[in-house]
Design a binder for this molecule. Structure first.
Ligand SMILES: [Cu+2]
Length: 467
């Protein structure tokens, strides 16, 4: 419990907009966690037993059992999130973090959630995907008054169906979600469920995105699509922890998307099936194997597979811009343009001047560029074989024979058995016959194919007057 600072002793340090002591006396103590490490699974010590999830770079909120009701206390508040080592961002979140703690309950549980608002503006919480009384749905103005600054509201409902859910504000949503207000919710089945398998490892995380100008600390909340920080649980590679599993473990990964675009989530080395969506577990007849599943905005997907291939397997969003850090999208592509002499001339006037490579951008992964303080590099991270050239929604699934059951520690890099790695070919290269024929025909020009003059085109514009 060293990483968890109990709120009670430090109430005055947290916020001036403190909740009255009398009100607090009846509330469960909110647990505050500020470190971005992945907490070990929280094994339930009250209520029905279940196999807990592991929240990537996050944690599960403990609860208080009160006359058979599971009571949680969420505190909406400004937080500072370290998105990767050396890169901190001012966010809004819950209980010291963005995202807030994962809430784990069991199908049939009566759940009471106290929500204290320590933000500078009103808020609500919407329990995304849940069946509940309309007045508990958390839509500001529609189903309740927004929770004013400094006040605590109570939500109470029965977790009616098992599955993967999220929570987020439904009040000034654009601002509050762009600032990082969101959390995960898992409802475990109360008994053996025909469509829910037992797994050895159950991971979850949210997809989120921020627009943080290089050198600044506060996200731009008005950005609609052009975000520059693509994160999992408000962390970016190499700050996202690996998913560490034992060889032949059955693994479940639950993903929710609260960004403004879809994310095709891709796993290397294994095929998975989608076993659950926003609507709950999927019927077995609907499942097929794939290696990428698209998670649209506001959706949840849970995938399952047997981790039966040892190694360090990349696990990432397949949109290549989403695996990179802050970058200028307006930079011209210089591939094929030899501008090295030009750079030297410009550097006489502007010593820091750098231009993106004439050989592609791979150099960026190795270069030590002069970046403003508190800027996450565009391409970064080093693996056992060199620069990994990533910076956003990327991590690894580490499958190891000797990983102990229930052990989530990072086993380090995989050592490939001798003779199982791609290697350099050092023999003689054969001359492809195709080149020979091109050279011998008409000075390298293939008649009628590569020579525009040999195949004249007559262009007719749609607007030309030819009738
Ligand atoms: Cu993506």
């Amino acid at each position: 419990m060293d990483r968890r600072t109990f709120f009670a002793g430090a109430a005055t340090a947290v916020s001036a907009a403190a909740v009255s002591r009398v009100a607090m006396a009846a509330l469960p103590e909110p647990v505050i966690v500020t470190r971005p490490d992945t907490a070990p699974p929280l094994v339930p010590n009250t209520g029905r037993p279940y196999n807990p999830v592991v929240t990537l770079n996050g944690w599960t909120a403990p609860w208080r059992m009160n006359n058979g009701v599971k009571e949680f206390h969420l505190v909406a508040e400004p937080v500072v999130r370290e998105m990767a080592p050396g890169f901190k961002v001012n966010m809004w979140g819950y209980n010291g973090q963005s995202p807030g703690p994962t809430i784990e309950v069991v199908e049939g549980d009566r759940v009471r959630i106290f929500v204290t608002n320590k933000l500078p503006e009103h808020t609500t919480i919407h329990w995304h995907g849940q069946r509940l009384p309309n007045g508990m749905d958390g839509v500001g103005g529609l189903t309740q008054k927004q929770i004013p600054v400094g006040k605590t509201y109570v939500y109470e409902f029965i977790a009616r169906r098992p599955g993967t859910f999220m929570y987020h504000p439904h009040a000034d949503e654009m601002t509050q979600m762009a600032m990082g207000m969101m959390g995960f919710w898992v409802t475990h089945p109360k008994a053996k469920h025909p469509m829910i398998d037992d797994v050895q490892r159950d991971f979850c995380f949210l997809l989120n995105a921020f627009d943080v100008n290089p050198g600044s600390m506060t996200p731009q909340v008005n950005t609609m699509l052009d975000f520059n920080i693509w994160s999992w649980n408000s962390r970016v590679f190499p700050g996202i922890e690996s998913l560490n599993v034992r060889l032949n473990d059955k693994v479940r990964i639950r993903v929710g998307n609260l960004t403004m675009t879809n994310h095709p989530i891709h796993l290397h080395g294994h095929e998975f099936v989608v076993t659950g969506t926003d609507g709950g577990p999927t019927p077995r007849s609907t499942r097929w194997h794939e290696v990428t599943t698209d998670v649209a905005v506001g959706q949840m997907r849970q995938v399952e597979f047997v981790a039966d291939e040892e190694g360090d397997w990349a696990f990432h969003c397949h949109k290549s811009h989403h695996t990179m850090g802050a970058m200028g999208h307006g930079v011209p592509t210089m591939i094929g343009v030899d501008h090295r002499g030009l750079v030297k001339k410009i550097q006489k006037l502007v010593p820091d001047y750098m231009v993106m490579g004439e050989r592609g951008m791979a150099d960026m992964g190795e270069m030590e560029m002069a970046l403003p303080d508190n800027t996450h590099p565009m391409m970064t991270g080093t693996g056992p074989h060199g620069p990994i050239e990533m910076g956003g929604m990327f991590t690894t699934l580490k499958v190891r024979r000797d990983q102990k059951p229930g052990d989530y520690k990072d086993p380090g890099w995989y050592r490939q058995p001798p003779g199982t790695q791609a290697f350099e070919f050092t023999g003689a290269l054969a001359e492809p016959a195709r080149f020979q024929s091109e050279v011998t025909s008409n000075n390298g020009v293939v008649p009628g194919l590569h020579n525009p003059a040999a195949a004249p085109l007559s262009v007719r514009k749609p607007s030309s007057h030819q009738h």
